[in-house]
Design a binder for this molecule. Structure first.
Ligand code: AMP
Ligand code: GLY
Length: 430
């Protein structure tokens, strides 16, 4: 069948790489894609479609006899693309992989997600939500908590809406700025204040048809720009899968206390959900707590999780759409995947675009997943902050890291940057 994948990052290249390997895929269109998503396995191409223009997507799907649409990023989901497909008679036969707008609210509103977790007894930090009218109450609530203080803009804020502050005065000032001065625009018209969880973070990924689910491999990402987890937050500077401290006993707790009740909660509340759930977790002394839900795969976690999936992903997606996931099993490569993200100098602040990338042909034994790249004639140019991810699979984490870093050195462009310490914090758990 013909398949359309929406998105343009490293996540989408990794998903596209797996889709293009499937015998069920005749042709894969990636919209808008990047320099890496054309001609995968001789059967993919990019198409310039705006992910917010659902009518244009419908017209393309009908014109090119697309039978399956896979949604990479959250924005079209939060905007209701799955509902659009379900409600549009001409798209009745098209399998859309991604939750309904209501389901996507698990990512689109932190307050909604917290209330959902509370209703279903899913472990998460204690919290309260405040608005402009209750800002003084919010300040009183902060006084009852211990530092550090966690303030979250309710809505989507491009990963920037969470503040963690050591001083009570600063926390109160920021609460006022978020609620009264729209510090994060509309996203901070409501603010969730929550208890600080101390522990080590990881992510677990789930593919669900809204009734059954498959647990995908765990992963850990590296959010800060600087080595030793310092400096500004980024989209993610690397990822490792599996996470060595997430042993079977811990993952069993995650499944029993979090994943199963989450899927059951969706079912009980009649929320149509056919897609991924990305559960951001804190391991607090061996007990998992949910930090956040996302309604898509993570980036760059996908670049280490998807290469480990041996099963045919198109078949998995079809089971997801038809609510038959319970009849399938997942085949996972037991090796460790280490992904190192290469970024443009200056990212996540100002950076250049349009620099030529060289040396990719010298890469051996690793996968290259493009993120912010574009083709210009036969050249590949940088076209974003996160430029490309290098992923290696090996029998051990040190070997996988060694392989990725050796290949990272072979790829060049003006002012490239990467973190040399990806995965180092995990070696002590091996
Ligand atoms: P979020 O956007 O909710 O994932 O939050 C961004 C980051 O803030 C997370 O990845 C955590 O590192 C941190 N964070 C969020 N909530 C908490 C919390 N309750 N306790 C400690 N750290 C948190
Ligand atoms: N790597 C974090 C995210 O995709 O949100």
């Amino acid at each position: 069948m013909n398949i359309l994948l929406l998105g343009s990052g490293g996540r989408e290249h990794a998903i596209a790489y797996k889709i293009a390997q499937s015998d069920n895929c005749t042709h894969l269109f990636v919209a808008p894609g990047n320099a890496g998503t054309t001609n995968l396995n001789g059967r993919s191409s990019n198409v310039a479609l705006d992910n917010a223009d659902f009518d244009a997507i419908r017209d393309f799907v009908l014109q090119h006899e697309v039978r399956m649409v896979v949604v990479g990023p959250e924005a079209p989901l939060v905007a209701g693309i799955a509902d659009y497909f379900h409600n549009e008679p001409s798209l009745k036969e098209v399998m859309i992989i991604g939750p309904s707008k209501e389901g996507a609210t698990l990512e689109g509103s932190k307050d909604y997600a917290k209330a959902f977790m509370q209703r279903h007894n899913i472990p998460t930090a204690q919290y309260r939500t405040f608005t402009k009218d209750t800002v003084e109450e919010g300040c009183r609530f902060l006084e009852t908590l211990k530092a550090p203080y966690v303030l979250k803009a309710d809505g989507l804020a491009a990963g920037k809406g969470v503040l963690i502050l050591d001083s009570l005065d600063e926390a109160k000032q920021e609460l006022h700025a978020m609620l009264e001065d729209a510090k994060f625009g509309d996203a901070s018209s409501r603010v969730v204040i929550e208890e600080y969880l101390s522990g080590i973070e990881l992510s677990v990924f789930v593919l669900t048809d809204g009734h059954s689910y498959l647990l995908l491999p765990s992963a850990k990402d590296y959010k800060r720009i600087g080595e030793g987890d310092t400096g500004l937050n980024t989209g993610g500077m690397g990822s490792i899968s599996p996470v060595p401290f997430a042993d079977e006993a811990f993952l069993q707790k995650v499944e029993e206390r979090i994943v199963a009740p989450t899927v059951k909660g969706l079912e009980q509340e009649n929320i149509d959900y056919k897609g991924f759930i990305f559960v951001g977790l804190m391991n607090c002394g061996g007990d998992p707590y949910v930090i956040e839900y996302n309604v898509r795969m993570g980036d760059p976690e996908t670049e280490s999780v998807f290469p480990r999936i041996k099963s045919d992903v198109v078949a998995l997606f079809e089971h997801t759409y038809r609510s038959t996931l319970g009849q399938t099993a997942l085949e996972i490569d037991p090796r460790t995947a280490a992904c190192v993200m290469m970024v443009a100098g200056g990212y996540p602040e100002h950076y250049e675009k349009g620099n030529e990338i060289t040396g990719m042909e010298q890469v051996q034994g690793s996968l290259i997943f493009h993120a912010g790249t574009k083709l210009s004639g036969d050249k590949v140019l940088t076209n974003g902050g996160r430029v490309m991810a290098i992923t290696s699979l090996a029998d051990s984490l040190p070997e996988a890291l060694k392989q990725s870093f050796a290949n990272v050195e072979k790829i060049q462009w003006k002012d490239k940057y990467f973190r040399h310490d990806i995965g180092q914090d995990l070696l002590k758990y091996l």
